[in-house]
Write a protein that binds this ligand. Structure first.
Ligand SMILES: Cc1cc2nc3c(=O)[nH]c(=O)nc-3n(C[C@H](O)[C@H](O)[C@H](O)COP(=O)(O)OP(=O)(O)OC[C@H]3O[C@@H](n4cnc5c(N)ncnc54)[C@H](O)[C@@H]3O)c2cc1C
Length: 512
């Protein structure tokens, strides 16, 4: 029975997986009264995500957990794609040094301990209450508030109200279903078996030294080198193969026999998944917002699913904080879906295209594919970077005056001084920032920025960067000032003081 209650939080987060935990930290850092619940008591003890990127590491660093996460992380080496005849057809690598955001651009990680670090971070936020073993069973809302009906393990049920609810409750989101929000199917649905192995020294010695995509039409297979002795194989299942039968250890070792035998390590898990591409057709309904897998799922071919959820968290949190503090109208939250929904659809489309190449099972079409990809490289395997596959923001709260820089991630240089080196965010923070090129007149003659925006000058008589990352960025975009959002995306840029004044004025009007 549901008892009425006066329990109220500014925000209720449903689901305490990666998306929920990071959202809770971001709100907790700002002292927002938040209740985060999860129906499970424990972190899922098997890895699903294995790759993350520098944007996410920057977010972790902003939360003060990058060093702790770093214990479970290793660089993600180039993935070599082999065609139907075993020939190298292309590489997908990370961008080279100097790294644009200050961290290794592509990394592999071990999910369960990293999730624990995310949760531990929340424990340090006094404004956040975490309740595990608690399931959302219903949700309703009116103009004033949202009400969630929560059921604890022992069967007791209570109502809790909130100004906003964030549904981070994963792929089968109860909240999404209760709201009647459906998925747009972006037309990708393939069965894969995911196998994690802890290899011994003998096994490690037999395996390829870099990640690989075996685009063999008879059995498309992905190979990833995880941290330490963790290795992952993702193996496409063929039509008619029974997923449960394929998960059996003897069958798994049979599938791995081109590389490994049972003496070479221990199976951590083997589980089959349908790799699909789904995006919720609405991400907001009144006071309820969807984030993470609750809003979207994509095939894991460049390891972006969790990253996408954490981008949602970063995008939504700073906007929600402004709205809750009365600094911006509630309509600011509409830019969340506009920005993230468009971004997710574009990235999923690109991942799907990679997936189509990998999943080709017709030998004739696979041969044509290999020839086409090699031709695209001028007859030789070419290298593309994982970073160029991830698009910028293209819509939402971005300057009206077009520039290719708008919606891109502002770089993060190492700043050097007599005291040593430090990443820019540790000096300038992660709120709104106005970054000026110290070599340009604008560094001297522009008015101080409005309250709430941190000004920083790089180059000239300002901060000195180690590798010229920001200097080259200004040159590439033909500007000398950048207005950067709290999620590190560039709002807009200016070439001189009048343009900067106009840019700041426009932002003020749109935010307030
Ligand atoms: C095989 C595979 C490989 C992947 N590889 C990568 C990769 O390399 N890189 C990457 O970035 N991503 C990858 N992903 C995707 C990534 O794992 C997910 O995107 C990510 O875990 C989603 O996080 P989430 O917090 O949104 O959802 P989840 O992790 O699913 O968390 C949802 C939480 O909500 C809770 N919950 C559900 N319903 C309720 C309810 N009614 N009440 C209370 N709590 C509830 C659940 O218990 C759960 O803890 C991969 C996924 C798979 C399957």
């Amino acid at each position: 029975m549901s008892a009425s209650s006066a329990e109220h939080h500014r925000v209720v987060i449903v689901g305490f997986g990666p998306t929920g935990a990071v959202t809770a930290s971001l709100l907790g850092r700002e002292g927002i009264s938040t209740l985060a619940i999860d129906r499970a008591r424990d972190i899922y003890d098997k890895p699903r995500a294995i790759a993350l990127d520098h944007e996410i590491m920057r977010l972790f660093d902003n939360l003060g957990i990058a060093a702790e996460v770093g214990r479970f992380v290793a660089p993600f080496p180039a993935s070599e794609h082999f065609g139907a005849q075993g020939q190298l057809i292309r590489r997908i690598d990370m961008v080279g040094e100097p790294y644009p955001l200050g961290y290794t651009p592509s990394m592999v990680f071990t999910q369960p301990p990293v999730e624990q670090v995310m949760r531990d971070r929340v424990a340090g936020c006094p404004s956040v209450t975490v309740e595990l073993g608690t399931t959302l069973v219903d949700i309703r809302q009116d103009a004033q508030r949202a009400t969630v009906v929560l059921q604890q393990d022992n069967g007791t049920t209570r109502d809790v109200t909130a100004d906003y609810v964030i549904a981070c409750d994963g792929a089968s989101s109860t909240v999404r279903q209760k709201l009647g929000i459906s998925f747009d199917d972006l037309d990708f649905d393939e069965p894969w078996l995911v196998v994690d192995i802890n290899v011994n020294a003998g096994g490690a010695g037999k395996l390829p030294k870099t990640a690989a995509q075996f685009c063999n039409p008879a059995r498309p297979t992905t190979y990833i080198i995880g941290p330490g002795n963790h290795r992952r194989f993702e193996i496409m299942l063929r039509p008619g193969e029974d997923r449960h039968a394929m998960e059996r250890p003897e069958q798994v070792w049979q599938l791995l026999s081109p590389w490994l035998s049972p003496d070479d390590g221990e199976l951590w898990r083997a589980a089959s998944y349908r790799f699909h591409a789904l995006v919720a057709n609405r991400w907001r309904q009144g006071r309820v917002l969807l984030a993470g897998d609750a809003a979207h799922q994509q095939p894991p071919f460049i390891g972006q699913g969790m990253c996408q959820g954490l981008r949602d968290a970063a995008n939504l949190s700073w906007k929600l904080v402004r709205v809750l503090r009365g600094q911006s109208p509630d309509t600011l939250l509409d830019s969340y879906e506009a920005e993230r929904g468009t971004h997710v659809r574009e990235l999923t489309t690109r991942i799907k295209a990679i997936g189509r190449v990998i999943c080709e099972q017709d030998p004739v079409a696979a041969a044509a594919r290999d020839a086409r990809i090699l031709a695209e490289g001028g007859g030789a395997p070419r290298t593309i970077t994982r970073q160029e596959i991830v698009p910028p923001l293209t819509t939402g709260l971005l300057a009206s005056k077009p520039n290719a820089a708008n919606g891109t991630l502002f770089p993060q240089p190492w700043i050097v001084s007599d005291g040593g080196r430090a990443l820019l965010d540790t000096i300038a923070g992660s709120g709104w920032r106005l970054v000026r090129d110290g070599r340009a007149d604008i560094a001297h003659d522009a008015a101080p920025p409005p309250a709430g925006i941190t000004a920083v000058t790089i180059g000239g008589s300002g901060l000195q960067e180690e590798s010229g990352v920001v200097a080259r960025w200004f040159e590439r975009h033909g500007c000398c000032a950048a207005l950067v959002r709290p999620d590190h995306y560039v709002y807009g840029v200016a070439r001189d003081a009048p343009e900067l004044t106009a840019l700041l004025g426009e932002l003020h009007d749109r935010l307030n």
